[in-house]
Design a protein around this ligand. Sequence first.
Ligand code: KIV
Length: 314
Amino acid sequence: MSLTNFPVSARASGASPSLPKVTMPALAEMKRQGKPISALTAYDYATARIVDEAGIDLVLVGDSLGMVVLGYENTLPVTVDEMLHHTRAVRRGVSRALVVADMPFGSYHASLPEAVANAARFLKEGGAEAVKIEGPRTELVRALTGAEIPVVGHLGLTPQSVHRMGGYRVQARTAEAVTRLKADARALARAGAGALVLEGIPREAAEAITAELEIPTIGIGAGPGCDGQILVFHDLIGLTFAPAAKFVRRYADMGALIRSAVEQYREDVEHRVFPSDEESYHLPGAARRGMRMELDGDAVVNQDALEEWEEFTH
Ligand code: KIV
């Protein structure tokens, strides 16, 4: 099988280890072949492993972890060290998907050398295969790709610009704004971005950009016309606390499932029905006899039982 051939039927089987590793060039090949790119965020080993084994092509360690995992109000407080911590955990759980790390707010805004140095840490220390940056920063994309750091761009609703945008609002709602967005997308692609996330824009704008670019577009709240789709993992499984955005499809209600499991556990502890005898360890017979002698105050004469008991308790 060709390294760049992605048969849909094999992927659907969930047998991800037999599928070829997803690379940055492979994403472009998927676009050429008209194969939709599936992407999800992940922030820890367990979920990254499940997402990878389910055959998802791209795993983004998104700075959305600031909100859905760390409980911040927005993504702005997230630090490079926090992102690296989660990127390393995800890296350990993923073997097939492309691992992309989000560069957090402030880590690529001051100067190009600082941005390149921070981005390099995601590859060197985090094991990411690409970084994602928000906004039309063509100079930065050139500097990063010049340093052999693959880049995913991100245009439209860029959450790190929440204060400039005045909230999380759908972007590019006028013909002029769409023209500007298309120009930004073209410029990022020319500068060397390997893929482009389009967030919170009208589907018509996303379709026009997707048709124009050779690099794949990955949409979130950008309609079905993109080359791929991405969602925040916690939105997909219903593990969030705010009402979901219009574009989110909830495939499970893990919040309710976890709450019910935890409540059941608490009740079992309170009613002393957890743990049961079957869920308990037992002393071997000889040690039990030795213990009984000790409890009875008798001299312990059985040396085997004494040794077994000491081995168990130390
Ligand atoms: O941080 C994130 O999760 C993202 C996705 C929404 C694309 O940037």
